[in-house]
Design a protein around this ligand. Sequence first.
Ligand SMILES: Cc1cc2nc3c(=O)[nH]c(=O)nc-3n(C[C@H](O)[C@H](O)[C@H](O)COP(=O)(O)O)c2cc1C
Length: 404
Amino acid sequence: MNSISGKKIILGVCGSIAAYKSAFLLRELQRADAEVRVVMTPSAANFIAPLTFSALSRSQVYMDMFPEKSTSMGTWHIDLGLWADAMIIAPVTASTIAKLAHGIADNFLTSLVLALRAPLVIAPAMDVDMFVHPATASNIAKLMERGVHVIQPEEGELASGLSGKGRLPEVDTIMKYMNDFFLGYHRDLAGKKVLVTAGPTQEPIDAVRFISNRSSGKMGFAVAAAAANRGAEVRLITGPVGLETPQNVSRENVGTAEEMFTALERNVDWCDVLVMTAAVSDYRAENIPDRKIKKDEFAGGKASVSLVENTDILKALAPRKGNRLFVGFALETDNVIDNAKRKLKSKSLDAIVVNNPRVEGAGFGTETNKVTIISGRDESQTDLPMLSKYEVADRIFDHILTLH
Ligand SMILES: Cc1cc2nc3c(=O)[nH]c(=O)nc-3n(C[C@H](O)[C@H](O)[C@H](O)COP(=O)(O)O)c2cc1C
């Protein structure tokens, strides 16, 4: 099925050696009956002439932020941002990725992206060292967290003569991605209400100190972004983290485990699916003085804090589960699978996602994760390879959809 037909698509082109492929992509999008407008960065004009695109698209090419002869009201970037059903930037360079990650609007293309109301797909193309550079990796992760769709580059021989990941995929691959994209593969949670918890909790022990854990919130934010991209209405309850709220996600910040519980109690009846990724503290300080405890209040060079158990949130919410799907996360360092299965049963979960922070690239703070999903139905295990946290989140929802 051709889901691209009739769609209004902005094709962005950046200054990459792969820019010539955009002309073929334009032809294929048109052949699939899309209405296409082309936007180029000024650098892209060093690689392919704007005339090629204007001739092929039979439309003007947008490149100058301040053209000498303007035929419109002057805010084309806004008009175009409202017009499109989707924008794809193929190829997108390391430089433009960095600008988009930081909201820089210094040319027509980057300004347009900030004004865009439609989904954005990017297809990075660059030399392998540029692609694996931590700056590029973290900029791409940032964009994915924000809900931008990334067509991963392919491995192979690069224009530089080097070999590795960085090649723009062939036009057929990009067309297939766009077809799946419009088909609604990414909208299969439309109409569903997804509640996500993320991050650590902080349990104060006095007016200035707290007990917490190393959770960065990245996994939960990826879950929220993936659910929103697939069309769900998403509410995210998060402990203290330094992350941006993904697009189309409503966020509530909490501090302690008890605040997390209260926020969940308020929201649980609303949701169809609850995904608990938060690393909630099991204990809190029994007494919390509203001042800083002084060093000399403790005798003999030893200090202790008396802890009391927090509410077991999943257990407490269980009576309100009804037809809702509850998915838990477990972070185990020992007897990983057995411990996770015990948690799955004792908390009546529909699935549990297990990660082991001792595996390199998995667990707290990383951009990637390696998890096993255990189904509550029959305890069957699905081992996923090392993936970005966003891809892990996507796979979790693939699994959740099989449970419905
Ligand atoms: C021959 C040549 C090929 C280049 N190819 C790429 C590329 O494939 N990917 C990339 O990120 N940058 C590439 N660059 C560097 C970009 O053109 C440069 O960073 C430019 O500022 C990008 O501008 P833009 O993102 O506004 O298009 C290349 C530069 C040259 C001279």
